[in-house]
Design a protein around this ligand. Structure first.
Ligand SMILES: [Zn+2]
Length: 283
């Protein structure tokens, strides 16, 4: 099983995780910039973190045979802190860098006016930098938050095929499927989605535009949830090619829109042979 985890926070994981992920078939990841738990107090705290995503963590992943990419943004929660919002002015410098394959995570946490503004400004940055966007949906009031998210995406002028709306569940999947955006599902040990509910959604909605991630971070989470979802799909009668589509082709296709995915020949050659994605060009 070949796996691309399109949303995982490796900064908060150990080398044991990297080894277990490689053994389970993970060959590529995207690490979105996010909230670190401890509130930041200044812009320098963001830029040091962004530099570590682009440099140190990428290097660390490579030691374990895993291609690491990241997305850069001011996360929804800290968009409410005036000590943090000036980071919006330094984002363009980071969005120009190799290894940055989208603007994200952007979106709503508590749906405040401050979040509206940071979200809209960052979708505009995605348009201007010709990058896709990774959009987080709130954990509270999810259906309303997702509806408002889709409104804001429509107003942004960013084409839906360049937007991945993440952390979906049974209550939000329909609206996002109808919007033309990509559908992201985070599989957690005890909250949000689990493998069996994910399989039921795949049965109902099919495998097009669907991405599955572990969203593993410093909370209780499992970096092998992508692999476990693949196993649950096979046990439920899905073909290996369908598992490969969800766990490999779809993330390659979505983030390949950045023109910046760099995947090792051995993992990628038979995926998109001859596709410009592999040569770092726009498809
Ligand atoms: Zn996340």
């Amino acid at each position: 099983m070949r796996i691309f985890d399109p949303h995982i926070h490796m900064t908060s994981r150990t080398t044991d995780d990297y080894e277990a992920m490689y053994a389970a078939g993970v060959r590529a990841v995207v690490e979105p910039a996010f909230w670190l738990g401890q509130p930041r107090t200044n812009v320098g705290s963001f830029t040091d973190y962004f530099d570590s995503l682009i440099g140190w963590e990428r290097f660390r992943a490579a030691q374990f045979g895993i291609a690491h990419h990241c997305t850069i943004a001011l996360n929804p929660k800290e968009a409410n802190d005036p000590r943090c919002t000036p980071v919006l002015d330094v984002l363009p410098r980071y969005l120009a860098k190799d290894g940055v394959v989208a603007v994200g995570e952007v979106g709503y946490d508590s749906m405040t006016p401050e979040e509206d503004e940071a979200f809209a400004r960052q979708l505009e940055l995605a348009v201007r930098h010709d990058l896709p966007a990774l959009v987080h949906t709130p954990h509270r009031d999810k259906a309303a938050g997702t509806a408002r998210t889709l409104d804001l995406v429509r107003e942004s002028g960013l084409p839906p095929e360049r937007v991945l709306v993440d952390h979906l569940n049974e209550t939000t999947v329909r609206a996002v499927a109808d919007s033309g955006c990509w559908l992201g599902f985070s599989i957690y040990p005890d909250t949000k989605m689990d493998e069996d509910r994910m399989v039921a959604i795949l049965r109902e909605y099919g495998t097009d535009r669907v991405l599955v991630n572990s969203a593993a971070d410093w909370g209780r989470s499992d970096p092998l949830k992508t692999h476990r979802t693949g196993l649950a799909m096979l046990a439920a009668g899905f073909e290996e090619s369908e598992v490969d589509k969800v766990l490999w082709h779809n993330p390659v296709e979505f983030y390949g829109q950045s023109g910046r995915l760099v995947l090792d020949d051995t993992t990628a050659a038979d995926t998109f042979a001859g596709n410009s994605v592999l040569r770092g060009e726009r498809p």
